[in-house]
Design a protein around this ligand. Structure first.
Ligand SMILES: [Zn+2]
Length: 314
């Protein structure tokens, strides 16, 4: 058998040392092996867990070192083919996600720029991983000079996309592990979005965006949402093994962050922050919902168009 690298992030290590058995809703109905969710690739094994389990979500979100990697050797088992191109693209995405000079939104924007260029190479059937490495390095330089931040600020807003994404959240059905009154309140506020007239929806979007700005938990601990991004890149091998439509992948990633941030703002309401326990419950429930309700991509749309739609949600 071939020897490969085996990665174990700190959140997996710490979860393994928990002494109490988790009794969150997902664990109560979890089948054998839950919440194990390792990713077997031809050249590496990425140990991972499903944050639909609340104790996994806690280790994943609340530790700034959640992705400190422990590396050892492993053996290949039922591995998914992993081309040098896909591996390099995923690595460059991770590099941009952990770049210390970038805010979360600018990291996402940088991923969009990288993917747009990668799509051009792919469409020209030019799959040399060195091209991606050089693009990643150029973006890192632009990031250090604040250029990406300026570019993001100059993107023309496409408000309709944000409104459509918010309206669609009216259809979210979350299995929230909260006291009944709190659960009903969040669910009602979500349902309302589906039936609000556009003018009211537009005000609501601004209210929620304002709420996020003052949320002490998210502004004081920026690694929480950053860890969500790294998880998506690491666990889903973003933009995906064998993925050919990077625009759609970017749209889906941007929509994830839009939904998650709006959900947290909805649950926060008029408060100045969100309790950690509530954050964990909301994230876990949202993650599980998202797994069974993936974004539907309109096949008519070009990769470039999807990518722009994604950037408009940042
Ligand atoms: Zn659990």
């Amino acid at each position: 058998m071939d020897i490969i690298e085996r990665y174990q992030p700190e959140f997996v290590t710490r979860h393994a040392t928990l002494s109490e058995t988790c009794s969150c809703p997902a664990c109560r109905r979890g089948s054998e092996g839950w919440p194990q969710a390792s990713v077997h690739l031809a050249t590496q094994l990425r140990e991972s867990l499903d944050p639909g389990c609340e104790s996994v979500a806690r280790e994943l979100l609340l530790n700034p070192q959640a992705f400190a990697l422990h590396i050892s050797q492993g053996e290949v088992q039922d591995a998914v083919q992993f081309t040098a191109w896909d591996e390099m693209l995923n690595q460059q995405c991770i590099n941009l996600a952990v770049h210390p000079a970038l805010s979360l939104e600018v990291s996402l924007y940088a991923l969009g720029v990288l993917l747009s260029k990668a799509q051009q190479y792919l469409d020209d059937d030019n799959r040399d991983p060195a091209l991606l490495m050089s693009m990643g390095e150029q973006l890192a330089q632009l990031a250090e000079h604040g250029v990406l931040e300026e570019q993001l600020a100059m993107l023309p807003p496409i408000k309709e996309n944000g409104l459509a994404a918010l309206k669609a959240m009216g259809a979210m059905r979350l299995n929230l592990n909260l006291p009944m009154v709190e659960k009903m309140s969040v669910m009602l506020k979500l349902s309302e979005l589906g039936i609000m007239p556009t003018s009211r929806l537009s005000e609501r979007l601004e209210e929620l965006q304002g709420g996020l700005q003052r949320c002490a938990l998210l502004t004081g601990q920026p690694y929480i949402l950053r860890n969500v991004l790294i998880y998506r890149l690491y666990h889903d091998v973003f933009p995906g093994v064998g993925c050919e439509n990077y625009g759609a992948a970017m749209f889906s990633l941007a929509q994830d962050f839009f939904q998650l941030k709006m959900l947290l703002a909805i649950a926060m309401g008029e408060e100045q922050t969100l309790a950690e326990d509530k954050l964990i419950t909301l994230f876990s429930a949202w993650y599980s919902w998202r797994q069974v309700n993936p974004m539907q991509v309109d096949a008519q749309n070009s990769a470039d168009y999807s990518l722009l739609c994604g950037l408009s949600l940042l």
